[in-house]
Design a protein around this ligand. Sequence first.
Ligand SMILES: *[C@@H]1O[C@H](CO)[C@@H](O)[C@H](O)[C@H]1NC(C)=O
Ligand SMILES: *[C@@H]1O[C@H](CO)[C@@H](O)[C@H](O)[C@H]1NC(C)=O
Ligand SMILES: *[C@@H]1O[C@H](CO)[C@@H](O)[C@H](O)[C@H]1NC(C)=O
Length: 328
Amino acid sequence: MDYQTILHLFLTISFVIGRSSQQISIEPIAGPYTLSEGPYWDKENNVLYFVDIPKQNIYCFNPETKHITHTHLSLGPVGVAVPKAGKPNTFIAGSGTKLVQVLWDPKSDNLNPTVKVLATVDVDRNGTRFNDGKVDPAGRFWAGTMGEKNGVITNGQGTLYRFDNNGTPTKILSPVSISNGLTWNHNNDTFYYIDSPTREIVSYNYNNITGDISNKCTVFSLEENNIPGAPDGMTIDKADNLWIAIYNGGRVIQVEPKSGKLLRTVNLPAAEITSVAFGGSNFDVLYVTSASQSLTEEQLKEQPYAGYVFAVHGLGVSGEEMLASKMN
Ligand SMILES: *[C@@H]1O[C@H](CO)[C@@H](O)[C@H](O)[C@H]1NC(C)=O
Ligand SMILES: *[C@@H]1O[C@H](CO)[C@@H](O)[C@H](O)[C@H]1NC(C)=O
Ligand SMILES: *[C@@H]1O[C@H](CO)[C@@H](O)[C@H](O)[C@H]1NC(C)=O
């Protein structure tokens, strides 16, 4: 048996949902990476994109062929990359403090793609970079920044931006520390957000026409629920429950935002869990990214799958299509 088969056997976990018991399996699909983040399922091409932030790479994984390709951006750490709507082989990405358009055909590697700078953010400060980003229900791209230079994180230096389709940034929340976890509900009237060091998931009313948010409420607190680590990337399932990656918590949690109830915990074989996205042709596979950064030699030995991207099968839930950016 190869290592993946062995791991698959070890990780096939039985657990109980209500009265019916269900089998999930956790498949390591790619890795190890330093800081894999930003999973995005491309429904047109049936592939998964993700980034390795400090390596400044965007990856494309094809579940059918298991083939992985990548491209490299030279403008700084790559916090996020999403496809551009209606434009094949075109991505909108955050690299350093630059919002860029990248031309890359993911069928093969390209270490020198054509990159166009659309905007520069955080022009009034040094030592920040783009972190997580998403496309809202109206097709607008949102992405936030965080204070990080040479691996040292400084709190209170980041900002969450919303971009007009011509690339103009608008400050939505400032200051924030580590901007993460953006997702919207299916009614398109609520925005969920995470500033990781707060250890909270918060909600805002969201106006789909103007793109404005208001009325912050705390949905879930890791502190109050005795969960270690910090909330990182987040997605939402068809039933409008949140799935949240827990960095330094070795797990993904499912939370019902209306009640603030913890519905489920999925443990993963890596401590630094960074983000989640539903994918697969039925959107019933949960793709989970992780990191291996800042682990000691000993921790790396204990966590041979640290930094892998995982596919979690058999959860019995599904998500929906992730939107592409309508940036011009
Ligand atoms: C950023 O760093 C550069 C080079 O060290 C310096 O010239 C500039 O004044 C700094 N800008 C801010 C806003 O701190
Ligand atoms: C949100 O806005 C987009 C673009 O303006 C529109 O296509 C979509 O139907 C809107 N959805 C809702 C619920 O208002
Ligand atoms: C929310 O927005 C998405 C994307 O624009 C759209 O497909 C969906 O129909 C909208 N939902 C409602 C309830 O209008």
